[in-house]
Design a protein around this ligand. Structure first.
Ligand code: TRP
Length: 444
């Protein structure tokens, strides 16, 4: 059975919160345990540089995210878990893809367009404060995906356009250089609801309404106490519809537990009691992971070692694949290039000898370029065999033998001599190459 390859990246620009856990970490860890699935998870730290210019924050976030995924049960011996910047083939591939991506396509990328629209609305230069990094974001992401020929890319809806762009990059590269890339597909988890934050809007760092995944129990209690509710008093029936507290609970609870809380809402549970129920339910799931998380945070060298081992695994794929791609685009050893030029000449541009007999009964030959131009004309030979031997000598020994044959050839001027010499030498090289290949084949 062929395996399906999943790959996803996590930008190292923040501290994982409950929304990340429910929407991405938990489903990914579960999916990584499915038989027949090969998973690649990586810390997209090159992407983080686009948004963040605080070195300490990038480093801190890299550790926190790696520790969170590991604590949540990601098994690095079973999946490939690595840090983007440990795989130098990725930025190299980014350049290759840059060269097959239309600038106009990038102009239409949502994130870039949003910045341009905002600037335009503000009446400033459309590209004000827009880095080329933001503009190139989709190409780096395309390289992440195509480097490992991932089939499926689990992402949020906001990333679908990027996956479509990666497909286009794969197609334009394949069109130019042959079939190297598999077109990737976005994998949208329809069943995973987005988690509301403390204020009821989607839980997101940019709204400052998050609950960190690994806050202490005390911290968790405090934050949950701050979840926005309405002002209904204890004993008054409450709405589950639009209740952030209820939705967060649902993301952790079983169906039975959820039904029970729904009943409690109808029965007029006090908000304080509902919050206690939520705290206990979340803590029940998170507490066992918390110890592992704290251990990783206290021992970054453990995380570092795991990431480096992951990079070794990733590069076992990336390095040979990149070598293949380099060769495909023509970044090759020069020794290979010479052979390749000879082979090309043989195919498309080689001149050829033509032997013929004139009305005078005598034998002649000429050397004609691929386009028919006569480069060399012989004088008359008494027999076809003599003419053939002269041709064979030229093919075998190359232009060096032109002098020896001068008396049998129509004279050439200097330019003519040099054109004919080049053509004869190319023929001789091609013949030698063909002989070598034949010998190699005979040996094999
Ligand atoms: N852009 C993605 C996000 O912000 C992160 C990312 C980077 C990614 N490279 C990727 C996701 C490759 C999937 C595949 O969520």
């Amino acid at each position: 059975m062929s395996t399906v390859r999943f790959l996803t990246g996590i930008t190292t620009s923040g501290t994982p919160h409950l929304g990340n856990y429910v929407g991405s970490i938990r489903p990914a860890v579960r999916a990584s345990k499915t038989p027949g699935v090969e998973s690649f998870y990586f810390l997209a730290d090159y992407h983080a540089l686009i948004k963040i210019d605080e070195p300490e924050r990038i480093q801190r976030s890299t550790l926190e995210i790696a520790a969170s995924w590991l604590a949540a049960g990601l098994d690095p011996s079973h999946v490939t878990f690595y840090r983007q910047s440990d795989v130098p083939e990725i930025p190299e591939l980014t350049w290759f893809l840059t060269c097959v991506t239309g600038k106009g396509v990038l102009n239409r990328a949502h994130a870039y367009k949003a910045s341009v629209d905002k600037n335009t609305a503000a009446g400033v230069d459309p590209d004000a404060d827009v880095t080329a990094g933001l503009f190139m974001y989709p190409v780096l992401m395309g390289a992440d995906i195509l480097m490992f020929n991932a089939h499926k890319v689990p992402v949020g809806r906001d990333q679908i356009q990027h996956i479509e762009m990666a497909r286009d990059m794969a197609a334009s590269f394949n069109h130019r250089y042959g079939e190297h890339f598999v077109p990737p597909q976005a994998e949208i988890e329809e069943s995973v609801a987005t988690l509301p934050g403390l204020d009821g809007r989607k839980m997101s760092k940019s709204y400052d309404n998050t609950i960190p995944l690994f806050s202490s129990r005390e911290q968790l209690k405090k934050l949950i106490a701050g979840i926005k509710t309405d002002s209904r008093a204890p004993g008054e029936p409450k709405d589950t519809e639009g209740s952030a507290l209820f939705q967060i609970y649902q993301a952790f609870a079983s169906e039975e537990e959820t039904a029970k809380l729904r009943q409690a809402y109808a029965d007029g549970i006090a908000w304080g009691d509902a919050k206690t129920i939520l705290l206990e339910r979340i803590d029940q799931e998170i507490a066992p992971m918390r110890a592992a998380y704290e251990d990783y945070m206290a021992h970054p060298e453990k995380v570092e070692a795991l990431l480096l081992a992951g990079a070794t695994k990733a590069r076992a794929i990336a390095t040979p694949f990149m070598a293949q791609l380099r060769s495909a685009v023509g970044l090759r050893r020069l020794s290979a290039a010479v052979q390749n030029t000879a082979a090309k000449v043989e195919k498309v541009a080689l001149a050829s000898f033509k032997q013929y007999r004139e009305k005078d009964g005598q034998f002649y030959f000429k050397l004609a370029a691929a386009d028919g131009t006569v480069l060399l004309q012989s004088k008359a030979f008494a027999s076809g065999k003599d003419a053939g031997q002269a041709i064979a000598q030229l093919q075998r020994e190359g232009a060096a033998t032109l002098n020896a044959l001068a008396s049998a050839l129509e004279p050439l001027d200097a330019a003519g001599t040099s054109t004919a010499s080049a053509a004869i030498d190319a023929l001789a090289a091609a013949a030698a190459e063909a002989a070598k290949e034949k010998a190699a084949k005979a040996q094999a």
